[in-house]
Design a protein around this ligand. Structure first.
Ligand code: OSB
Ligand code: MG
Length: 370
């Protein structure tokens, strides 16, 4: 097989409902799609960077730059075809994990299609359905929050995750627990606190939470370990973990009890699997995080989440929880048991709809083997 063509799309999709975290409110999602063509087949990847460097330092422009000027020319020059070859050539370049992951995902999809295998089989996945949770942003009022929780529970979601920050934490949790005493509940601070809040954060133990995700800014390994020593609620790291090495270092000092794996944040599936395997060997459960992906990125996440140590509900929800119309067919659906079926067709197992992608594209560029 030869890679003949790589196309980048900068696209924009309005969110059905705003999504607010401790770092700000998003009303639309701007991201990059990658189409890789060779031997009459196509693989698709998604870059989960945003317009602004709020979640991490990467932006769509930094990703576009390294893709166009460094990684794509390298693929053509070195005749790279497989994800493994790709990683062996780009690992010397520091950072830019979301850009690397987007290309690697496209190569995985293309290679799996060539083998006529669904991705989950290539990865060693074992589940036919994965448990689905939902991440609920900061709302304008507590009554809006309570009614959103109720709606998602009625749709079957197995776990509710609430975004928190100072001023939107203990009070809302009291009210949520009053109305929903027994649900699987977790919170995500996106780094909104510091160790100065230690005593305040210890009160989270009163709410029977599955975890608190990323209380302190990345990486704060030592600070997280200090909090975990005094907190019964498990700490789950998200932003702090950008590689296998981070997972290993933070394990040694006890910074976490759970890991959220995002392919984009750690630079691809190969790194994600290393993290998965390390955590499995050390009895650390993992789950798959989300970046409000389109159906393409989400389909990739579903295959990854079929691996055996994805033991907790994932931030992978139905297409219509995010967007009025997704860009894949069939769209992602959640069963009334709160699960998502892992696609069985080759590659990502869903079909990107070109007309819809072209409609949401702001800018496109195509690169060819010459
Ligand atoms: O911290 O997990 C996060 C979305 C954007 C940026 C960061 C996060 C999130 C989510 C959404 O929580 C999860 C999803 O895609 O459903
Ligand atoms: Mg998070």
């Amino acid at each position: 097989m030869k890679i003949e063509e790589i196309e980048l799309y900068l696209v924009k999709m309005p969110l059905i409902h705003f999504f607010e975290t401790s770092f700000g409110r998003e009303i639309e999602k701007e991201f990059i799609l990658i189409r890789i063509a060779g031997n009459g087949m196509e693989g698709w990847g998604e870059v989960v960077a945003n317009k602004l460097p709020l979640y991490s330092y990467e932006t769509n422009k930094t990703a576009w730059h390294v893709l166009k000027d460094i990684f794509i020319p390298l693929i053509f020059k070195e005749s790279i075809v497989s994800p493994e070859q790709f990683q062996s050539k780009v690992s010397r370049f520091k950072g830019h994990n979301m850009a690397k992951a987007g290309l690697e995902l496209g190569l995985w999809d293309l290679n799996a299609k060539k083998e006529d295998f669904p991705l989950w089989k290539l990865y060693g996945g074992e589940k036919e359905e994965i448990p689905s949770g939902v991440s609920i942003g900061i709302q304008d009022s507590i009554s809006q929050l309570l009614s959103r929780i109720e709606n998602f529970l009625n749709l079957g979601y197995q776990r509710i995750k609430l975004k928190i920050k100072p001023g939107w934490d203990l009070e809302i949790l009291k009210k949520v627990r009053k109305d929903f005493p027994d649900i699987f509940l977790s919170v995500d601070a996106n780094g909104a606190y510091s160790l100065k809040y230690k005593e305040h954060l210890k009160r989270l133990d009163d709410f029977n939470l599955m975890m608190i995700e990323q209380p302190f800014p990345a990486p704060s390994f030592w600070d997280h370990a200090q909090l975990q020593k005094e907190l019964k609620t498990p700490i789950c790291l998200d932003e702090s973990i950008t590689s296998y090495q981070d997972v290993e270092q933070a394990f040694k000092i006890g910074s976490y009890k759970i890991i959220n794996i995002k392919v984009g944040r750690v630079g691809g599936i190969i790194e994600a699997k290393k993290i998965h395997d390390f955590c499995m060997a050390n009895s650390i459960p993992v789950w798959c995080g989300g970046m409000l992906e389109s159906g393409i990125g989400r389909a990739h996440n579903i295959h990854l989440a079929s691996l055996p140590n994805f033991k907790l509900p994932n931030d992978i929800s139905a297409s219509k929880r995010y967007y009025s119309q997704d860009i894949i067919e069939p769209e992602v659906e959640v069963t009334n048991k709160g699960t998502i079926k892992v696609p069985q067709g080759p590659g990502i197992g869903v079909t990107p709809v070109k007309e819809r992608i072209n409609k949401i594209a702001i800018y496109k560029e195509i690169f060819r083997l010459d």
